[in-house]
Design a protein around this ligand. Sequence first.
Ligand code: NAI
Length: 746
Amino acid sequence: MMDESRVTSHESRAEGDAAVESQRPDTGSPQDSRLATHESPSNAFTLDNQAGIAVVTFDLPGQPVNKLTSAARLELEGLLNQLREDDTVRGVVLISGKPDNFIAGADIEEFTALTTQAQAERLSFEGQETVSRVETFHKPIVAAINGACLGGGLELALACHYRIATDHPKTQLGLPEVQLGLIPGAGGCQRLPRLIGARAALDMILTGRAERAAKALRLGLVDEVVSRSILRQVASAAADRLARQGAPQRNSPGSWLLDRTTTGRRLVYRESRKQILKKTGGHYPAPLAALEAVRVGLEQGVAAGLAEEHRAFGELAVGDVSRKLVQIFFATTALKKDDGIPPGKATPRQIRRLAVVGSGFMGAGIAGTAVLNVEVDTRLKDTELTRVGKGLKTAQALLSERLERRRLTRPQYERLSALLSGAVDYAGFRQADLVIEAVFEDLEIKRRVLAEVEAQVRSDTIFATNTSTIPIRQIASQAKRPERILGMHFFSPVEKMPLLEVIPTLATSPDTLVTAVRFGRRMGKTVIVVADRPGFWVNRILSPYLNETGHLLQEGVPIERIDRVMTAFGFPVGPVALLDEVGLDVAEKAGAVMQDAFGERMRPAGTLSRMLGATRLGRKNGQGFYKYKKGHKAGVDRSVYQLLGVHPAEADPELIERRLLYAMLNEAAMACAEDVVRSPRDGDIGAIFGIGFPAFRGGPLRMIDDLGAGRVVETLYQLQEQFGERFRPAASLLEMSRGSRRYYPA
Ligand code: NAI
């Protein structure tokens, strides 16, 4: 049963054990938790011995997916002990009883119960122990993988002696721990590099990306790919073969130079480190910790690697960043089940046909994403044929890109392409179950389009507007069927941005709301239901932040300085670059709507009108605060300073950050108090997914809790004194500071 990919072997096990044993995390009473969980077995495994091959089926009761809970892990260990003693068993197949899930990973709920680093280290250590027992099992174990095989699930599969995956699209293998601020803590940082080479393994571990079966086979991550219908059969045959002939010989993975020489690997580590720091700005410790665990393992041996792995896991699991990322994970998971209305109060309708009015930038993106993700028949309508053609081409390009990346097969691509059509009239709208309007941001045009659509569609057709600023009730004010109208506010680019704001009016029916929420979710979006207030949630809290950027620019603060301060804070792009992306005309229009609604507090600094006076629209016409060459940002356009009538002069980075951040925090507090979002959870998710608010900070409302409302108020008072009324603290913050209240339970 020897093979090069194994981190422990019968021969090295004793030595490895001793080394690992000496590293066992000291948590006081090492056996307590094990005994406790022993008493409540998970009843997750069943055993079926067929002609000497034991098929172990994992099916965690009452759960849609298999999770390696501590109880399940112990049950598996018990089962292995039983199989070890059973002379009639020659080989083992580990398979899942869930329809499209092998093992989704460890039980993240258990992580949240950890209070000390020592406890977290021990959890990781025990995971390593279980997985090592699988690897050193003296009879062959074959992992039969159908569906998601992630995190602890893949770590377990890596310890098996042979891996077979199905070609089902849901079969994906990956180690997503870094996305939760953690590292693979059950030997994944050791086994994966040994199996597929350091470079390929680091690529998977550091991004958390999951691979489909075909790619997994190319990487050497699995040994065979089969169709789902024969998985169990092929796996049993493989176990039988391995029992008779021993494990297959595997070639050394990766390239000789970069994966198998110390010098080459050193280069790989250095390059990875550089990439991580570039991507994370040093805010996320997990990728660096994972890199270190891989490095120690490869350079100092498995025992040292495992020890580093559980040590780092322990440190990260109780650290602030992981806590925040886990909270976000739970929030998005909860949102996947949240229809924006209490269960049972509404009936979602099936959307079989979609129509989109306006085949511009957003309309085309919405159409392409809907075809791709929902596979729904989609009709695009615009005023001119050339525009329709352009929109169809843009939507089609999303499909082509998937084809090129082999995410779609040729027949799938052909089938989806056939779902897209377009016209300059409303032909076919009678069949539409949902119409999404994405025409110019102009109330009169939107009202007219709504009236035209209502004249064409069935009485049960839902009409959603993608307006970014106009209150939905104004668009719907003359509608024949206001109960069928609501807002679906997508973000650009639609195919990439994960958020959708769904905005019911007081007249919107519950069925309409739940149908839109479910459809948005099927489009792959995280959906928050927000109130019909100007700017809804995301643009509401963005507005004062962008206005403050305008004030800074008017004071002569250098463009690159402003952007650098906020990217260092953790935003993916700085606010000035963001203005260029959004379009200065669009931003100005939105700013005016917000000022109308909220008055002086939201008065723009005048920067954008000066820019627009010189027909600077941002990236779209290649002229903004930045220069653009062939669509790429090419440095700050210094002539802007003259246009604004300022001389750039350095400014205190801390003050820049404080002004921009607190403008947003204060607005978030106000909007939250007005119930623009249904909960702080929705507000924080909206800010993170809609604006790119740094996830490791948990969102603006979570940040207010972390800082303490009292401190936020104090800072706002200082800013108010220095910069004026726009920084007057929100009444809700004052109230919170007086009562020591928080948005989230402490
Ligand atoms: P766009 O200018 O790219 O596209 C608008 C399209 O609507 C044009 O092709 C135009 O010919 C068409 N149109 C105008 N009147 C029409 C009519 N009566 N019937 C059919 N088609 C008509 O604009 P974009 O950026 O796609 O914006 C569309 C809507 O989406 C706006 O309400 C905007 O506020 C909103 N939005 C825009 C975002 C962005 O980042 N661009 C983000 C979120 C929402």
